[in-house]
Design a protein around this ligand. Structure first.
Ligand SMILES: CC(C)(COP(=O)(O)OP(=O)(O)OC[C@H]1O[C@@H](n2cnc3c(N)ncnc32)[C@H](O)[C@@H]1OP(=O)(O)O)[C@@H](O)C(=O)NCCC(=O)NCCS
Length: 150
């Protein structure tokens, strides 16, 4: 299989990211939202490519010792091949290099697949945020703590 390449997202990736977003989420972000994230301060974003085609992306933000994962998606035909894992490993590497101690995210309560993915990465489900999404669905807040040796 052709190797996966991970790199920071750029403006020229926005159309492909947005197509993937629209195919992956019931309430997708608008394209402008990704554009402002690429522009923003303290933002972290990566795309995964296979054979030059974008097959996944992650958008996160960080503040002092905390990181929040806003978006992660992988093209349907590329799922269960370690793409999201590779994207999250890049985020974890950034977190470790920058002394980040907490990584958090929200996931739809019905999205058992994504919850299993985060559990695989040692995230714990902490609590439920009722009516978090525009259609009224609740979010499960999941957190991973990073520990450093003194
Ligand atoms: C959630 C998502 C990003 C996972 O991407 P992925 O590239 O398929 O995940 P990986 O292949 O890296 O999975 C790594 C491990 O996580 C777990 N995992 C991932 N998806 C899973 C699923 N649907 N069900 C159960 N476990 C899952 C497995 O342990 C998997 O390892 P394995 O395949 O060897 O068993 C992908 O399913 C997706 O894009 N979903 C739609 C968008 C979405 O829901 N995003 C998250 C919103 S919070």
């Amino acid at each position: 299989m052709i190797d996966l390449e991970i790199s920071p997202a750029t403006y020229s990736d926005l159309d492909a990211i947005h197509r993937l977003e629209a195919a992956s989420f019931p309430s997708p972000w608008r394209r402008e939202f990704f554009e402002s994230e690429i522009n923003g301060e303290s933002r972290l974003h990566f795309v995964a490519r296979r054979g030059g085609t974008i097959v996944g992306y992650v958008f996160a933000m960080w503040f002092f010792d905390e990181m929040h994962v806003n978006k992660i998606a992988v093209a349907e035909r590329e799922r269960r091949k370690g793409v999201a894992d590779a994207l999250m490993q890049h985020c974890l590497e950034f977190a470790r290099e920058n002394g980040i101690t907490t990584i958090s995210l929200e996931v739809r309560q019905s999205n058992r697949g994504a919850q299993a993915f985060y559990k695989h990465l040692d995230f714990d489900a902490m609590y439920v945020r009722p009516r978090y999404y525009p259609d009224g669905e609740a979010a499960v807040v999941m957190v991973r703590q990073l520990r450093y040796e003194d």
